[in-house]
Design a protein around this ligand. Structure first.
Ligand code: NAP
Length: 298
């Protein structure tokens, strides 16, 4: 049988932004020879030096021009608010036929910002690996981050299917399962499964932090697992999450409004002692948790 992902998939793969996601991609691509040459570029001099020290790529470029020149695929792994700025330094040096892709957590905003910058012949394939931790920076990445996780591709309507297939191969080569999805649908789904939970985690930590005196110190001292789990999510990178919230504004505000209504319904049930309602909500939560375990996504 022919290998569905012949190696290497790319002759030269350039990864831009070597934080958690970029450095994990670099590590896996190098380990499994997904590209003949892996080049890194990061706006931060400190990050570039650290990536060279870690030896997770073949070459660290000195500037955006060097990073983009000769690459047949460039992967933007920078915060979604920095995508356009990062791309504008790279795109003029990319050749016709090369692929530009990204890993951003919002898709409509990235497409809106990158499309007008795209030179003739450069093919855009937006993507989003649904894998991460609360850590950031080049030391936080690891090669197995994407194993068994989904990567969603949101190809353009008039995009090149061959380019989308190559990007799907790249993520499958990283151990991920891939699925194509419309960008607007992606943003609504992610608003509920990822963006709203982060918003709640940041908010509940803020609420606990606002408590006065003894209560506040007791929150920290006796933090039960419920609060502890929220603090893990709330430890995520502020720049990344600020950008996600601002770039998925409509879907996030819609999900927050629905959540607020449902939380009010729960408050009402607690006030009036409606135990059937309360038990029903808790049982729904348990069923969702069990479904995740069954799907191997817990
Ligand atoms: P990260 O660890 O903070 O790394 C981002 C890197 O990009 C940093 O080294 C940053 O340098 C660099 N950078 C910023 N602007 C740049 C520019 N204009 N040109 C070149 N490099 C630039 O972030 P991450 O967690 O890997 O997230 C990266 C992307 O993946 C984001 O779009 C995020 O939405 C998406 N994503 C994240 C997760 C997750 O759980 N973390 C999951 C899926 C997708 P400085 O530190 O100097 O700014």
């Amino acid at each position: 049988m022919t290998d569905p992902h012949p190696r290497p998939i790319f002759a030269r793969l350039t990864i831009v932004g070597l934080g958690l996601i970029g450095s994990s991609l670099a590590r896996r691509a190098r380990q499994d020879r997904l590209a003949a040459e892996i080049v890194a570029w990061d706006a931060s001099e400190q990050v570039r030096a650290r990536v060279a020290e870690l030896g997770i790529v073949d070459r660290v470029a000195d500037d955006a021009r060097e990073a983009a020149t000769g690459a047949d695929c460039v992967v933007l792994c920078v915060p979604v608010g920095a995508m356009a700025q990062a791309a504008s330094g790279l795109l003029p040096h990319m050749h016709a036929g090369a692929i530009l892709t990204d890993v951003g957590s919002t898709k409509q905003s990235v497409i809106r910002e990158l499309l007008p910058l795209l030179p003739d012949g450069v093919r855009l394939v937006p993507a989003h690996p649904l894998a991460g931790t609360e850590y950031s920076g080049p030391d936080s990445g690891f090669s197995t981050l994407f194993d068994g996780r989904w990567t969603l591709l949101t190809p353009l309507e008039d995009g090149d299917p061959a380019a989308a297939a190559q990007i799907a191969s790249l993520w499958q080569g990283c151990g991920a399962m891939t699925q194509e999805m419309d960008a607007a649908h992606h943003d609504r789904v992610l608003a509920i499964v990822s963006h709203l939970p982060h918003l709640l985690a940041f908010t509940i930590c803020g609420t606990a932090d606002d408590l006065e005196g003894e209560s506040r110190s007791e929150v920290l001292q006796f933090a039960a697992s419920g609060f502890r789990d929220f603090t893990r999510i709330a430890a995520s990178d502020p720049v990344m999450w600020r950008d996600v919230f601002l770039n998925n504004r409509d879907a996030l505000l819609e999900m927050l409004a629905r959540f607020t209504e449902d939380a009010q319904a729960m408050a009402r049930a607690i006030r009036w002692g409606d135990d059937a309602f309360i038990v029903d909500r808790i049982e729904r939560g348990r069923r969702i948790r069990q479904s995740l375990i069954d799907l191997n996504q817990a």
